[in-house]
Structures are given as structure tokens and as C-alpha cells.
Design a protein. Structure first.
Ligand code: GLN
Length: 399
């Protein structure tokens, strides 16, 4: 095959036109290339709790190597139902209303394919997580946007109504949000409820960072506010909770008929999530509550370390309320694009970040970089040192 043919596939679905590998993943490759500290992709390379790893290993040894039901192991769904009641205030029937998926991304992808039609409008809040956007595009949906403004990213009834189009069928809420760290409060979720009931919207609520929240904040699941449960799919994940991003385990929670449709798509695309790993996380749910509470305090310390370094380096960090990313305004560094800034910080500073343009349509993201603090303390400290020492304007540089 000649070089140009390699670049342009002979066959390509039109719905992929204009889509490319996300900058989140691309920066990890670039980071490996130069041997940088990777504060780009939310890899979360903290240790997996031994009880989780041990139960998965034991399941392999015990030859639990066959398929599970499409909706997942019953023991895991029981554990999830218990957790939902205890930590979220969500009542879900483990038999019919919970589907174990391949990560929260798998829950999102199966949901949009199961519950929406090509051409339906799906509203995402900007700054957005690119996978919500691009997964929706691949499902044939029409992405629509509602831009929230830092530092509080407040959602108002007026802006929500203004963003809706006649064909809007679904609203994506990500709380705590990737990349902004925004956590929606009760008043904002009541606004969502009012508008959703009036406009008959499906709510897809991505709560994968639910345990990572700061300054004493509580996580509020949208399904528990304003009668939203019958129209909500709660998308949750285990990657961040047990530091197992590579295991690809998550789940969707929804009223029975919607959950069954999601399970059907899950079966058609994936058959089921990996069985021995389901055993591993089932054991994880038995960890004491202090484990889950500890996530918040550990990450808050890491957040503060990173924000201090970013401030010392002349950026303005938008201090997150939750999740494990910081968006930092790098205007003072004087770059003309966020990709240019990210690449320069990578090449000369040996720290990977994600260009803000990955989270915005227009130019707003060009003055932002996203940094992840889900790192062991030593790597984070080294990354922070490098950020502090980074000189954005070396002598003789023209940009
Ligand atoms: N959610 C993580 C992030 O935003 C990782 C996602 C990914 O690798 N696509 O960095």
C-alpha cells in the first residue's frame, strides 16, 4: 500500500468524517515519546486496593472464565444496588435496573444507541468531555451546546432554555465534571428537572467522579432530584473509585424498560463485561466507608499541590470542586494556541497536559490547559517542580 492510501482509508463511514483520536489520548503517546510526567490523560495510576486485585486473581484461578449475563453478575449488581442506596439515595432493582458495562464510556455509548434516534439533538455543557460529544456523533445524534462560564460554571434556567432546540431529546450532565470539576448543586438540578419535565428530555448523568469531591461538598445524583428518576440514566464507573482505569468496568442505572434496552445493546456489542474483573470489584464494594471517604481527602491534597504549582508558574488555576483535573488559564504564558502551549510544555518542560481546545468548540479553550492530579505523590511532586521551573518565554523564542 502506498503512503497516501494508508492515510485515507478506502472505506470510511461518513459519521466519522472530521473525527480523530482525542487529544487526551494523543498527549499520552507524546508523553511516552519524550519520557515526560503525564499529567494529561486521567490515567489514575494509583495502586488498586489489594482486595479488588485479589478477588479478580482468585476468580481467574477458580476459572470464572465464561460469559456473564449481558447485564452483569448478579452478585455485582446486588453490591451496586446496595451502594446506590447508601451513597446516592437511588433505589434500583438489581434484577432489572442495573447494567454492568465496559467502563462509564461503555454505559454512555450503549445508552445513546439504545435510547435515542439518529438526528435527535443531545445537549452537552461546554467545556465538555470529548467522548460525550464524539460518541453521540458516532451514534448519529446532533450535538448541541450550552457554554458555562468559569470559575463557577453556574447553570441557569435561562441559559438552559436558550440552548434547547426543537429536536433536543437528551441532556448530558457530568457531575463532578470532566474537565471543569464543576459539581451541580440542588438548585441547578431543580432547574434541570423543571425544564426536562416540560420538554420531555432524557437525562444522561455521568457521575464517574462521584467520590472525588472537595471542601466538604456532597455529591448529588440528578436521579434523586425533582422527580427526574424516570427519565434519567445514571452512568457510573469503577475506574476512578478503585484505580482500575484499564479494567474497563462501569454501569448504567435506569428504569427497567430503559435498562433492558441498554442491556440489549450491551449484549450485541460486547456480550458482557469481563467476568473475573466483575468478581474483583464486587469485593471492592465491601470496603469500609472510610475507603470511599479517603478518596476525597487524598485527592484534595493532590489538587492543592498542583494548584499551588500552577499559580507559582504564572497561570490561573480554576480550582475544581470535584473530579481530578484542573483547568488552568495560561494567558500569561503568551502562547497563541493551547496545542502550542501543551507541546512546548511537553518538549521543554517534560510535563504532559491536555490542550484546552479539546474541551471547547471555539477559541475559549486556546488559553487553557487541563492537568490531571491522579498521580502518586512522588510523580506529582516532580511534575509540579517541572511546572514551576518551566520558562514559557525562553530568550530568542518567536511564536
Ligand atoms: N477520562 C479520562 C480523561 O479525561 C481518560 C479518558 C480517555 O483515556 N479517553 O483523561
Amino acid at each position: 500500500m502506498t503512503a497516501p492510501e494508508c492515510r485515507t482509508p478506502r472505506f470510511l463511514a461518513e459519521r466519522l468524517y472530521g473525527l480523530a483520536l482525542s487529544d487526551i489520548r494523543r498527549m499520552s503517546r507524546e508523553s511516552d515519546r519524550v519520557g515526560a510526567i503525564n499529567l494529561g490523560q486521567g490515567i489514575c495510576d494509583l495502586p488498586t486496593p489489594p482486595v479488588v486485585a485479589g478477588a479478580a486473581k482468585a476468580a481467574i484461578e477458580a476459572n470464572h472464565s465464561t460469559y456473564t449475563y449481558p447485564e452483569g453478575n448478579r452478585a455485582l449488581r446486588d453490591a451496586i444496588a446496595g451502594k446506590l442506596l447508601r451513597d446516592n439515595g437511588i433505589h434500583a432493582n438489581p434484577e432489572t435496573e442495573i447494567v454492568v458495562t465496559l467502563g462509564a464510556t461503555g454505559a454512555f455509548a450503549t445508552t445513546v444507541n439504545a435510547l435515542l434516534n439518529p438526528g435527535d439533538g443531545i445537549l452537552v455543557m461546554e467545556p465538555y468531555y470529548g467522548y460525550h460529544l464524539n460518541c453521540s456523533i458516532v451514534a448519529g445524534l446532533e450535538p448541541q451546546f450550552l457554554t458555562l462560564t468559569p470559575p463557577r460554571f453556574t447553570l441557569t434556567e435561562e441559559t438552559l432554555r436558550a440552548a434547547l432546540q426543537p429536536n433536543t431529546r437528551a441532556l448530558v450532565i457530568c457531575t463532578p465534571s470532566n474537565p471543569s470539576g464543576k459539581m451541580f448543586d440542588r438548585a441547578e438540578l431543580e432547574v434541570v428537572a423543571r425544564v426536562a419535565h416540560e420538554r420531555d428530555l432524557l437525562i444522561i448523568s455521568d457521575e464517574i467522579y462521584e467520590y472525588i469531591r472537595f471542601d466538604g461538598r456532597s455529591h448529588i445524583s440528578p436521579a434523586t432530584v425533582g422527580g427526574l428518576a424516570p427519565r434519567t440514566v445514571s452512568v457510573m464507573g469503577l475506574s476512578k473509585t478503585f484505580s482500575i482505569t484499564g479494567w474497563r468496568l462501569g454501569y448504567a442505572v435506569a428504569p427497567e424498560p430503559m435498562a433492558q434496552a441498554i442491556a440489549l445493546v450491551n449484549d450485541l456489542y460486547y456480550i458482557c463485561a469481563p467476568n473475573p474483573l466483575q468478581y474483583g470489584v464486587t469485593a471492592g464494594f465491601a470496603l469500609p466507608e472510610s475507603y470511599f471517604a479517603g478518596l476525597a481527602s487524598d485527592y484534595q491534597r493532590k489538587r492543592d499541590t498542583l494548584c499551588d504549582a500552577l499559580q507559582a508558574a504564572g497561570t490561573v488555576p480554576i480550582v475544581p470542586q470535584g473530579a481530578y483535573y484542573v483547568l488552568a488559564d495560561i494567558s500569561a504564558w503568551g502562547f497563541t494556541s493551547s496545542t502550542g502551549a501543551a507541546m512546548d510544555l511537553l518538549e521543554r518542560g517534560r510535563v504532559a497536559s491536555v490542550p484546552g481546545s479539546a474541551f471547547y468548540r471555539g477559541t475559549t479553550g486556546e488559553s487553557l490547559l487541563r492537568f490531571c492530579f491522579a498521580k502518586d505523590d512522588e510523580s506529582l511532586a516532580e511534575g509540579c517542580d517541572r511546572i514551576r521551573r518551566f520558562d514559557p518565554r525562553p530568550r530568542g523564542t518567536i511564536r
